[in-house]
Design a protein around this ligand. Sequence first.
Ligand SMILES: NC(=O)c1ccc[n+]([C@@H]2O[C@H](COP(=O)([O-])OP(=O)(O)OC[C@H]3O[C@@H](n4cnc5c(N)ncnc54)[C@H](OP(=O)(O)O)[C@@H]3O)[C@@H](O)[C@H]2O)c1
Length: 308
Amino acid sequence: MNRPLAGQTAVVTGGNSGVGRSATEMLLRAGADVTMVCRSRERGERALAEMRDAGIAGGAAEGAEDPNARETGDAAGRPGLVLELADLSRQADVRAAAGRIATRLPAIDILVNNAGISSARRTLSADGFELTFATNHIGHFLLTHLLRERLEAGRGRILNVSSRGHRRGDLRRADLDDIARGRAWNGPLQAYADSKLANILFTFESVRRWGGRGITANAVHPGVLATDIWNKTPWIARLLIRPFTWFMDRPEVGGGAVMNLVGDPAGDTVTGRYFNMNDEETPSAQARDEALAGKLWERSCEWTAWVS
Ligand SMILES: NC(=O)c1ccc[n+]([C@@H]2O[C@H](COP(=O)([O-])OP(=O)(O)OC[C@H]3O[C@@H](n4cnc5c(N)ncnc54)[C@H](OP(=O)(O)O)[C@@H]3O)[C@@H](O)[C@H]2O)c1
């Protein structure tokens, strides 16, 4: 069996569902050991058991010390799959999970920042940030910073799952702090688009700041896919979208777009780019605004109390 990622280590957020689940399965099939960062123990353990039962991941290991981690061994030569629990909208969770991951993994080759939501209402996270922005941007910003040294020790390949919806994003429409804290709330679509724009700004700025450390970063729109994300929209939107889900691609199309950017160890020269599925594309003007990216980075450091 061809296993180009054998011996490599990947971390995937939201690995229990949709794009993240598909990418996790593809990474395992390519031989990588995968850590899934999920918010729900029940959904995470179910996904883990399904992949184990399907023979994609190794069997259960005895005596996992950390109650949050459910380790699967590779006694039969199958890659390992570990579940780490963290709600990305809660910075304390992110710090705790990153600490456990960093303790367990000396090096990380691939980080797929995939988890995402579109909160139907203006809701504040436990830390006082608008929930969509907190989950989709701030949580991943913090996780990536906390794992940076491990990424430097590995292949250091970061893939941020954005969306072509970033084109409606507008992070100049108000003060960044007002957007992040939900004071400039302008509906769920705007909040989602803003967070997906932030994903690309973060991608490009991390290449400018960390490129010299051997870290690469790209952003991808994974396709318009029939995943659970649509079931979490307001009921009226769900009703309107339901007929169109028949025409959407399967999550595996998104998993394939992820693998296109992280699955080829020879492809590590590709960095600082945005892809619409498998094709490179020029993102919106705001996504390419270096001053905005720098400002978002500095503010994100403040929001996460990150001192570099
Ligand atoms: N589907 C599309 O058409 C589409 C299009 C463009 C971009 N995207 C992007 O693709 C990514 C994956 O979405 P998907 O379509 O695969 O949707 P999905 O099936 O709903 O998967 C989203 C994943 O993120 C997890 N998640 C949500 N909030 C979280 C939190 N606070 N902490 C930790 N994990 C959290 C979910 O966990 P639970 O299962 O516990 O909810 C789930 O595992 C997202 O970034 C989305 O913006 C999707």
